[in-house]
Design a protein around this ligand. Sequence first.
Ligand SMILES: C[S@@+](CC[C@H](N)C(=O)[O-])C[C@H]1O[C@@H](n2cnc3c(N)ncnc32)[C@H](O)[C@@H]1O
Length: 294
Amino acid sequence: MSEKNKQTTLEGKIAPRGKVDPRNKLNDLTGKEWNYATRSVIVTAYPVSGPKSLAAEIRRQHPSPKPPQLCRHFVKFFTKKGATVLDPFMGVGGTLIACSLSGRKGIGIDINPKWIETYKKACSFLGIQVQTVYCADSREILKLGLPEVDFILTDPPYSFMLSKERTGEKKKIGKGFEAKPFSTLPQDLGNVDYPTYRKELKKIMALACNRLRKGKYVAIFAKDLSHEGRMTPVHCHIIQDMMDIPLRYKGLTIWYDKTINLYPFGYPYQYVPNQVHQYILIFQKENDVTVPEV
Ligand SMILES: C[S@@+](CC[C@H](N)C(=O)[O-])C[C@H]1O[C@@H](n2cnc3c(N)ncnc32)[C@H](O)[C@@H]1O
């Protein structure tokens, strides 16, 4: 069996990969790999330290870095080798590192120069080339002269969530607990109220989708918002807003993030869930997208 035609099974055994169907225009996966890749729940624990963590110690300076291995899962499913992937909220580069690891071209945008510098440090640590990055407000995306892209994979901020103190954490950690916003920039989507967040995210995604080839896909990380005893179903709102762009909603993947600590939210009075999962919402661009006014 040639090396190219082997894959490691969950049990660590070497098994034949199977064949790539010549009709497959979406990715470079075989039928077997396609079958496994479309499971709707991901429970893989990605290393958080050491050589296999892909510079997690550096990337963790950001409040919410995504594992590049998880991003690679989506990059490899939704593109072929050599394709171009856009992330309009790149942070410290989970998507871009995934592109480097899988032979794709990445384009990343972040409003905060600190995160771009941290991404560059991670690349230098990993010995990989820095992908194309812009320090800009993604509302300005059309002014950057970007080429057409084959996939958008992004993890937007969570409205004002990170800048609010979470009762459970405060209880556990005590006075030393400090809420950490991504930045203090007024254009940062992490610093606006929820209705503004929805409106602005929709606008930015419509602008980004203007650069996406027709028929191609968009994957958006989303987490629901728990605040003052209420749960805001952020992932449902994002689905609704993206369908207005219009994108076709295709389904979701749930990622069980095993690194999340549990806190006594609500204790001992009311039910407040410990969210240890995030959603990855999948959409497809069917039609041209009207460019919104910025
Ligand atoms: C959840 S983080 C992305 C984390 C990223 N997936 C990673 O692996 O590091 C969202 C990012 O969006 C950036 N951001 C917020 N508002 C923005 C805007 N208007 N334009 C561009 N970037 C923005 C923030 O600086 C933050 O780094």
